[in-house]
Write a protein that binds this ligand. Structure first.
Ligand code: ATP
Ligand code: RIB
Length: 290
């Protein structure tokens, strides 16, 4: 079982030719509402590949929350631990796509109702998982609580440190792998708490360049295949979900990264965070062609 503990957002995606200047109004070319949130994106990425995936998170008791639960269920994700909360709305992400990139403002809403107390009640779900996948769109103290339970039960933990916040020094021993992008990796390694020995836990995604990890103190690069980019939103999430899936299936670090990098590259060829996440068959046929 892969358990993803994290956010569920509704993505409000506007496409425009260029970013507006401060105070300027522009006419955009397209607007779409999509399912997103780093937690749910990663859960869908792993489930599409065929993983048994449980999502733990909170949505608002609004129509967005109800729709999201049904949608996840259709994607094959177990949603018994996705809880509707009454006092706040489902998380949202206002995304602008322009100039070949994106910018995102997240309003966490119900995602911040996922407190350590809620996690305490779900201890067994964490303890009986093989892999736990976490991001930083839920409260830091909740992430810490999950890490404590998981490490006590020797469950593999993958932390995607996004959106970036400094990682407390005492977390490192509870993390099996940490998956920053290039910018997050630089901030992690600049921290005064960072020790050289932690490098072997780092799997750094690096956009079109691929992924870098460290083995026996040596840097290994797995290049990304060249693809026609439509939308890079959720590329990192696809990598994380796929990486968790292949580790869960017993693949070694190198092989899990090789599959995950290709799944992520395939995902950027379609619109929306989850739009291009491949099934196992799609991934295999892409790999045969590349
Ligand atoms: P996001 O925050 O947009 O989800 P990220 O910054 O977390 O992304 P990246 O390092 O940009 O993650 O990308 C993750 C993976 O996605 C890369 O390792 C690569 O496999 C794939 N990828 C991203 N951009 C491209 C691209 N332009 N061409 C091919 N593959 C890409
Ligand atoms: O990583 C992409 C995700 O970040 C989007 O789906 C958005 O919801 C934000 O959380």
């Amino acid at each position: 079982m892969i358990t993803v503990i994290g956010s569920l957002n509704i993505d409000l995606v506007t496409s425009v030719d260029r970013y507006p200047k401060l105070g300027e109004t522009l006419l955009g070319s397209n607007f779409q509402t999509k399912y997103g949130g780093k937690g749910a994106n990663q859960a869908v990425a792993a489930a599409r590949l065929g993983g048994t995936v449980r999502m733990v998170g909170c949505v608002g008791s609004d129509s967005y929350g109800d729709d999201y639960r049904s949608y996840l269920q259709n994607e094959g994700v177990l949603v018994d631990n996705v809880e509707p909360v009454t006092h706040t709305s489902t998380g949202t992400a206002s995304i602008t796509i322009a100039e070949g990139d994106n910018s995102i403002i997240v309003v966490p809403g119900a995602n911040f109702a996922l407190t350590p107390e809620v996690i305490e009640a779900k201890k067994d779900a964490i303890a009986n998982s093989k892999v736990i996948l976490l991001q930083l769109e839920i409260p830091m103290e909740t992430v810490e609580k999950v890490l404590e339970i998981a490490s006590e039960h020797k469950v593999i933990t993958i932390l995607n440190p996004a959106p970036f916040q400094p990682i407390p020094a005492h977390w490192w021993n509870m993390i099996t792998y940490i998956t920053p992008n290039e910018h997050e990796a630089a901030m992690l390694m600049e921290s005064p708490d960072f020790k050289e020995e932690y490098k072997e836990k780092i799997i750094m995604t690096n956009g079109s360049k691929g992924v870098v990890f460290y083995q026996d103190s040596k840097e290994q690069l797995i290049p990304a295949p060249k693809v026609e980019v439509v939308d890079t939103t959720g590329a990192g999430d696809t990598f994380n979900g796929a990486f968790a899936y292949f580790l869960h299936e017993g693949k070694g670090l190198d092989e899990a990264c090789r599959y995950a990098v290709r799944a992520a590259s395939l995902s950027v060829t379609k619109f929306g965070a989850q739009g291009g996440m491949p099934t196992l068959e799609e991934l295999k046929s892409f790999m045969d062609q590349n």
